[in-house]
Ligand binder design. Structure first.
Ligand SMILES: [Zn+2]
Ligand SMILES: [Zn+2]
Ligand SMILES: [Zn+2]
Length: 486
């Protein structure tokens, strides 16, 4: 024992001396011999280059391996049925384990199976934590790479199918501002064909909409914002009798999509009292967003449940779709937190796992999207004298200053860029929340389609720009704001 320790100490000492001697020699040569210096520089460069080449190759090989592994993992369709998912999960994990035990050559194969298990596991984040503790580093690196690539592939292919072809528009990365050489891009909509003045470009239903509190005493359909005046058989929610609808279809759709979570007449006492509070805060006329967000989350859950029942797992969720739109970064207010907590209790508690999903960060992100993208609905009735954003702190895109009945959030129309001299305009032909986008100027195929977020009229540029900055954090570079001077 003693001897070996001693031997080790001696060995270290000798080695230390030897290398020190080498360093001294090296330093002497470097200081005194110019050709040696040049040679050394060359050698150093060569070594660096060689090292970079090797790193490049291994990095490239790793990328190829990750890409190939992901393609293999997603080649066979994943089961949708719970029992089959469980079966596949267990098989994949045990296959993965036996493969990585067979050594380095089987690491990619092991990652393929672990990844398939991850795709069917209900809580992927939990499983990754387990993987981190049990799977060797190199395999884990491949799995994490596959995860990142999977998310990226999904994000990149989003615009392959969105917007739907029938909308006659395409989403495109466009240069920011008048200077087309500016490398900064924004996502916008371009025309898929030529349009003449007055042509209908598309018709779009919203994901969520809400009547302005300024019209709380007027009669409107709670779902589609249609004035009830002249409607022969309006319907009402049988449970709360607080909400009226223009038709039985609107009543049923509203109940199915979100009102089942938000009905103040609910048998559950705590749901009923939270729902009443939510309606009251709207009626007091401070904010539009809380009810729009509540309805949106309800609608999202309903859509998700239907999607899962239909087995359309590869389709994008409503949340993913919304996340592709722009948002405003908002500092959280105390009222936001109160609304978020109430919402998590109201809707989150009814669906396992959702209470945590509806955290403050997601609430604010959703609110930012509503304030950035929602469009004023002008469905007529008693709204003629109601100004945009009347009786509400929340602002929405509103090209007209009057006649605003409420606001709605549309997935495709969210991509319409602002211009003070737009070539299109939203209209509400059926006097409800369904938006019809009409061309107000001739538009050529490939040209960007724009709307005005504010009432332009004959207001001077500084006034328009100040409003755009305050409401939408937007610096407008349209031809009216920045005329092109040759
Ligand atoms: Zn209706
Ligand atoms: Zn009700
Ligand atoms: Zn402008």
């Amino acid at each position: 024992m003693k001897n070996s320790t001693l031997a080790a100490l001696i060995a270290v000492g000798t080695l230390g001396v030897a290398s020190l001697g080498y360093v001294f020699y090296f330093d002497y040569k470097r200081r005194n011999d110019p050709s040696f210096r040049r040679k050394l520089k060359r050698e150093k460069k060569k070594a660096q280059k060689a090292k970079q080449e090797v790193e490049k190759i291994t990095q490239a090989q790793r990328e190829i391996s990750i890409d190939r592994a992901l393609t293999r993992a997603l080649e066979d369709p994943l089961p949708t049925d719970v029992a089959q998912k469980e079966k596949m999960f267990l098989e994949s994990v045990s296959l993965g384990e036996s493969l990585f035990a067979s050594g380095e050559t089987k690491y990619e194969d092991a990652a393929v199976h672990f990844y398939r298990a991850l795709k069917v596991y209900p809580d992927p984040i939990e499983l990754i934590t387990i993987y981190q503790k049990t799977i060797p580093g190199p395999v884990l690196t491949i799995i994490m790479g596959m995860l990142a690539r999977d998310v990226k592939r999904r994000q990149e292919s989003y615009y392959d199918t969105f917007p739907d072809q029938s909308m006659q528009v395409k989403a495109a990365g466009l240069p920011k501002g008048a200077d087309k050489s500016d490398p900064k891009f924004h996502m916008g909509l371009v025309a898929a064909k030529d349009f003449a003045v007055g042509d209908i470009i598309y018709v779009e239903k919203p994901e969520t909409s809400q009547l302005t509190p300024a019209l709380k005493d007027a009669e409107y359909c709670e779902f589609c914002l249609k004035p009830l005046e002249g409607i022969e058989h309006p319907a009402a929610c049988e449970k709360c009798s607080l909400f009226k609808y223009c038709s039985a279809a609107c009543k049923d759709t509203a109940y199915d999509e979100y009102h089942r979570f938000l009905c103040p007449g609910s048998e559950d006492a705590s749901t009923a009292s939270s729902a009443k509070e939510l309606c009251q805060s709207w009626a007091e006329g401070k904010e539009l967003a809380p009810l729009m967000i509540a309805k949106f989350f309800g609608h999202m859950i309903t859509t998700e449940q239907k999607r899962q029942l239909a087995g359309q797992e590869s389709d994008y969720t409503l949340w993913e779709r919304t996340e592709h739109t722009t948002t405003l970064l908002l500092p959280g207010k105390p009222t936001d937190q109160a609304h978020q907590v109430r919402l998590a209790a109201l809707i989150g508690q009814q669906v396992p796992g959702l209470e945590e999903f509806m955290n403050e960060e997601r609430y604010l992100s959703m609110k930012g999207r509503i304030l950035r993208n929602a469009i004023a609905v002008r469905s007529g009735g008693e709204a003629a004298g109601v100004a945009a954003n009347a009786a509400s702190e929340d602002y929405v895109r509103s090209p007209a200053d009057a006649g605003v009945t409420g606001a709605a959030l549309y997935l495709v129309s969210s991509y319409l860029t602002h211009s003070c001299a737009p070539n299109a305009e939203p209209s509400f032909l059926d006097h409800d929340h369904v938006l019809t986008l009409k061309a107000t100027r001739p538009i050529q195929a490939g040209e960007e389609i724009t709307m005005s977020y504010i009432a332009v009229g004959d207001r001077p540029t500084p006034a328009r720009q100040a409003e755009l900055m305050e409401k939408f954090r937007l610096h407008c570079t349209c031809p009216l704001c920045e005329p092109v001077t040759e």
